[in-house]
Design a protein around this ligand. Structure first.
Ligand SMILES: NC(=O)c1ccc[n+]([C@@H]2O[C@H](COP(=O)([O-])OP(=O)(O)OC[C@H]3O[C@@H](n4cnc5c(N)ncnc54)[C@H](OP(=O)(O)O)[C@@H]3O)[C@@H](O)[C@H]2O)c1
Length: 286
């Protein structure tokens, strides 16, 4: 039996422990972490992965791209794929900061609760890796998406980057505090909080009083939560007609999805797991 080797290529200075644990739980026999990987330094590592095993056994070697920056991860994924040719390739997954799996799990749970197409959605604190993937996935599901951040230029930059990668239109709104975020959320059906850990982004009274709001979701697992007044374990809990999903309610599916993705990497040698197919898998699993 050929050992299943996962090379964890991290753009940060140390490989993520979270990603290492999930890699083993997802079915890798050995996980080999490499830190500080850039598009300049990745070439030799990819050559080692693609030129070593014969066609039958190549599927037992796979690559995982992680790290805090989705932009750095996307750049690395492009550099890795540029090295592949013909049958000389192995499967690879991009999940910088857990952004693809976390965003996909939340969006899949929302889509299961209620159709997203044609609805207005707002992603609060959406300029980080998770928020940018959430915005992209909501837009791919047919929602009209607004992204908020505390500074206009950074928020516009994030919206433009999503548009360029996914071919969708995202509106950028500067919203430096809870009151500004509540104003930006007026009239939306979906509020998704994707801000930094331990920061509230909208007060309970504000979203609860909005007639238009049907679904709220939050991926911040540490109090105060991003959406005031909800519970971390909420998974479709009804707050006077509005369904809420908290970080742990989303996190269960995120972990199952992340493990399932790792397992899929070893089924063939030409899979590229990124936002679109990770979201599709999440919707199957939700
Ligand atoms: N549940 C899960 O399974 C899971 C998995 C992974 C991550 N997470 C959580 O998902 C969330 C998003 O992750 P991430 O890596 O994308 O987050 P991040 O990059 O750390 O932060 C996201 C955004 O939050 C905003 N922010 C930072 N400090 C703030 C403050 N004091 N007040 C308001 N906004 C602030 C920033 O936007 P601006 O500077 O533009 O305002 C930042 O771009 C985090 O809470 C993380 O813990 C959950």
């Amino acid at each position: 039996m050929t050992a299943k080797l996962l090379f964890q290529l991290d753009t940060d200075s140390t490989p993520s422990v979270f990603d290492t644990v999930v890699a083993y739980d997802g079915g890798a026999d050995h996980v080999i972490g490499h830190a500080g990987i850039t598009k300049e330094s990745v070439g030799g590592l990819v050559e080692g992965a693609i030129f070593t095993r014969g066609a039958k056994d190549k599927k037992s070697t796979a690559l995982f791209v992680g790290g805090a920056s989705m932009v750095a991860g996307e750049t690395l994924l492009d550099a890795i794929q540029a090295k592949f040719y013909g049958g000389f390739r192995v499967s690879v997954m991009l999940d910088s900061n857990g952004a693809n799996t976390t965003a996909a799990a939340g969006v899949a749970l929302l889509a299961k609760a209620s159709p997203l197409a044609g609805k207005r959605a707002i992603v609060l604190g959406g300029t980080g890796p998770v928020g940018m993937r959430v915005a992209a996935m909501l837009a791919l599901e047919g929602a009209a998406v607004t992204l908020t951040g505390r500074q206009l230029a950074k928020t516009q930059h994030a919206a433009a980057a999503i548009g360029q990668r996914f071919g969708v239109q995202i509106e950028a709104v500067e919203a430096p505090d809870d009151a500004a975020r509540a104003r930006a959320a007026e009239g939306v059906a979906i509020i998704y909080a994707a801000g930094a850990i331990g920061h509230q982004l909208i007060a309970h009274a504000d979203w609860q009083s909005m007639d238009s709001v049907q679904l709220v979701a939050d991926v911040n697992p540490e109090p105060p939560f991003g959406i005031g007044g909800i519970g971390a374990g909420d998974k479709g809990r009804d707050y006077q007609g509005k369904l809420a999903f908290g970080a742990l309610g989303i996190g269960g599916l995120k972990l199952r999805l992340h493990r399932a993705c790792i397992g899929k990497l070893f089924e063939r040698n030409d899979l590229v797991l990124d936002a679109e197919n990770i979201l599709a898998l999440a919707k199957e699993m939700a």
